[in-house]
Design a protein around this ligand. Structure first.
Ligand code: PXL
Length: 272
């Protein structure tokens, strides 16, 4: 069994981030070290201002303990972090305890806007942190913020992916996760010949919180299990389509809740 460190917020209500990643990666047969980077009563989209606990004085104690206990993680997934200081703490720990695969979802915003509580300093800290990643998974909003370009719902993929590739180390991959093309939504990346590739599924109506968090967990899980990048992105996009379809079919009364995970779990369990 592989070990994976997942560092992102634990939002008690909303079914996103760590709650979703823990389910997905456990189903994918990982031993998950679930490290909350901050505690929130809900996520920050739609419930008003959450009650939060800043964990920046706890994290160094966690890392000290893990170091003393000689713990090793095979891979890591970083999602929503929450502050510049926390980004720096995580980067330092992972520099001192390298993993064989580091996936970073540089969670900053969505639909052209920064999430509540984030500012330009935080964008700069994220730009620093992604230099250490093997794979980054921004959405189009985050891709624009990281590359300092105005947000466009339909950016020139060649231009923006090339700009993102300049922000990561050689050999690392930048993948934009919410690209819309011809009625489809999915992932875009540059292949080894610098050609734009796209893996998409028919776009279903609505906007679902936490889709990016769940997608990132699935992609990190597949890559760690040895699936090549293109196959991982195709499969992850198909499975997220299944999850969003299930969510739609539930006719939920509270649209703030993250995507349904039941059918996605079933799909994951078909993996050999
Ligand atoms: O899905 C991204 C995300 C993660 N974590 C928290 C959030 C959001 C988006 O709103 O608020 C706490």
């Amino acid at each position: 069994m592989s070990t994976i460190l997942v560092a992102e917020d634990l939002s008690a209500v909303g079914g996103i981030s760590l709650s979703s990643a823990l389910s997905v990666l456990t189903a994918m047969q990982y031993d998950v070290a679930a490290l909350p980077t901050s505690l929130l009563s809900t996520h920050t989209s739609g419930y008003g201002t959450p009650a939060t606990v800043d964990l920046s004085s706890w994290l160094p104690r966690v890392f000290e303990h893990w170091t003393a206990a000689k713990l090793h993680f095979d891979q890591a997934l970083i999602g929503y972090v929450g502050s510049v200081e926390l980004c720096q703490l995580l980067t330092t720990y992972l520099e001192q305890h390298p993993v064989s695969l580091l996936v970073i979802d540089p969670v900053l915003g969505d639909l052209g806007k920064l999430y509540q509580g984030f500012d330009q300093d935080y964008v700069d800290a994220m730009r620093q942190m992604i230099k250490t990643a093997d794979v980054i998974l921004p959405n189009t909003t985050e891709a624009a913020l990281l590359t300092d370009q105005p947000y466009q719902e339909h950016p020139d993929l060649n231009v923006i992916l090339t700009a993102l590739q300049r922000l990561v180390k050689p050999g690392a991959h930048a993948v934009i996760t919410d690209v819309q093309q011809d009625g489809q939504i999915g992932c875009a990346w540059l292949d080894e010949n610098q050609q734009v590739q796209f893996a998409g599924q028919p776009r279903l109506p609505g906007h679902y919180n936490g889709t990016g968090d769940t997608l990132a967990a699935v992609i990190a899980g597949l890559l760690g299990r040895g699936y090549p990048l293109d196959e991982s992105l195709k499969l992850a996009t198909q499975w997220l389509h299944v999850a969003v379809s299930e969510t739609l079919s539930q006719h939920r009364s509270d649209s703030r809740q993250g995507v349904a995970l039941g059918q996605l779990m079933r799909a994951i369990l078909t993996l050999k």
